[in-house]
Design a protein around this ligand. Structure first.
Ligand code: NAD
Ligand code: G6P
Ligand code: MN
Length: 447
């Protein structure tokens, strides 16, 4: 049967991840054919640099695909099947503030965890809801696949404020870690793993990992993680990929300290920020955070290469690489477009899947995905340790969304205070007041 060709809008066309996603889509055209790609961004200059290069790449490799880059929502969102969304409201300039302001008070500043994630959440909610509304206005049958961060807070906002919208929130961190697990086991692909997992976004645990024959792989992975975290055998021999920056190498290694807290499971790497926040503060440079690293490396590389392609007028010898692990986005889109019933980890309303946890929480759990969307799989009861941590964190996420909706200073102060990463209510208030001062352009007014 011939597969129906898809029309895709990429929101956040100017993202550093856009070229890698385009290369990945091109690689998958046989299983996910595309007739049209539209880039949408609210920063025309930034988007143009990426779009000009991508237009050349598409002309050279798939000339049958119609391409347009626009800042006009009507053009971008009309006649699309999927909106793939990865916007960063406030861009890296604001990410830098999210990271550096908490550090002034001895608190870790991170893109999605703790105060940094809260500040970013307050910016992202409005941006993502706007995309949902454009999509529903111009392509009411389309689905939005959102990976704009902080995904946990964005997901809660869409659940609460757009309960009937066709939006699925997804994260690539578990996929990235599973890729490492497969490498640790000497397996060819993460797709050979069948997993059980539960938690919140950037806050979860694997409870079961098996191969296709049902053999339990947890003991072998746990043995490795206990000693080396998620560092791969190649990395341990000093032969890791140069693309994995030092800060990520540290994160993968640090999992060995997170793992023993519950040796029956395997942890998401992001838990280090919640369980060892002070270690992160001690190793942070308050003058040079991850935002600076990303601006100096990924942003320079991607924009430099895109500009080079545009000047040459060809991408034949381009160094731009496919973002292979972004292929989970194609798996998800295919599942919906062609009813493949793929099993995937998604961020969905709990609704009883974790039996002893808030049914209204947005949780990250395996789902079967078909044309009618995700069908979550029951994970049963979870232990008190994880439940306690998750209750606290979900309260943070819900308070942020309520604060955004109500314009409530009080609730945002409470959110910061409940976060494990913030030591006390006074520090929470100081950080909040500094955040308000720099976010006037992006946050609702708080009373
Ligand atoms: P980036 O700053 O390079 O790109 C974001 C783009 O969004 C920019 O071009 C910006 O102009 C645009 N933008 C900002 N606000 C907008 C709005 N309201 N409407 C339309 N466009 C808007 O950022 P990046 O580092 O490439 O990351 C992009 C996003 O993807 C971030 O949210 C990041 O956290 C997220 N991300 C998520 C995952 C995941 O696991 N869920 C993985 C990787 C990246
Ligand atoms: C992981 C996370 C994402 C995060 C990304 C990029 O993939 O799952 O949510 O945005 O890392 O982080 P970086 O610091 O490289 O921008
Ligand atoms: Mn993520």
């Amino acid at each position: 049967m011939e597969l129906k060709k898809q029309s895709i809008a990429i929101a956040g066309g100017g993202s550093t991840f856009t070229p890698g996603i385009i290369m990945m889509l091109l690689e998958n055209l046989e299983i996910f054919p595309i007739r049209q790609i539209k880039f949408y961004d609210n920063d025309p200059e930034r988007q143009k640099q990426i779009a000009d290069a991508c237009e050349i790449i598409l002309k050279e490799r798939a000339p049958e695909i119609t391409f347009v880059a626009t800042t006009d929502p009507e053009i971008a969102f009309t006649d699309v099947d999927f909106v793939m969304a990865h916007i960063r409201v406030g861009k890296y300039a604001m990410r830098e503030k999210d990271e550096k302001i908490p550090l002034k008070y001895g608190v870790i500043g991170q893109e999605t965890c703790g105060p940094g994630g809260i500040a970013y959440g307050m910016r992202s909610i409005g941006g993502v809801l706007e995309l949902v509304d454009y999509m529903e206005q111009y392509s009411p049958n389309a689905w939005m696949l959102n990976y704009s961060n902080p995904a946990a807070i964005v997901a809660e906002a869409t659940r609460k404020l757009r309960p009937n919208s066709k939006i699925i929130n997804i994260c690539d961190m578990p996929v990235g870690i599973e890729h490492r697990m497969a490498e640790i086991l000497g397996m060819k692909s993460r797709k050979e793993l069948s997993i059980r997992y539960y938690g919140l976004n950037h806050f979860g645990w694997w409870t079961d990992i098996r191969d296709k024959d049902g053999n339990d792989l947890m003991p072998a992975i746990q043995k490795h993680v206990k000693e080396h975290g998620y560092l791969t055998p190649a990395e341990l021999e000093g032969k890791g990929s140069e693309e994995v920056e030092a800060s990520w190498v540290h994160t993968f290694g640090k999992a060995k300290e997170v793992y023993p807290l519950d040796p029956k499971t395997l942890p998401n790497t992001y838990l280090k920020y919640y369980l060892f926040p002070q270690d992160e503060v001690e190793k942070a440079n308050p003058e040079y955070t991850r935002a600076n690293e990303v601006m100096d490396h990924r942003e320079k590389m991607v924009f430099g290469e895109c500009n080079r392609i545009s000047q040459l007028g060809t991408a034949v010898n381009s160094e731009l690489e496919m973002d292979d692990h972004a292929s989970y986005i194609v798996d998800l889109a295919r599942a919906i477009a062609y009813n493949t019933k793929e099993r995937m980890l998604l961020i969905v309303p709990n609704n009883g899947a974790i039996a002893n946890f808030d049914p209204t929480a947005m949780v990250e759990i395996p789902c079967i995905v078909g044309s009618n969307g995700p069908e979550p799989l029951v994970q049963g009861e979870i232990p008190r340790f994880q439940k306690g941590l998750m209750e606290q964190q979900v309260a943070v996420e819900k308070l942020v969304v309520e604060a955004w909706e109500e314009g409530s200073y009080q609730k945002l102060w409470q959110a910061l205070t409940v976060s494990r990463i913030v030591p006390n209510a006074r520090v929470a208030k100081n950080i909040l007041d500094d955040f308000i001062a720099v976010n006037t352009e992006f946050w609702p007014t708080l009373n």
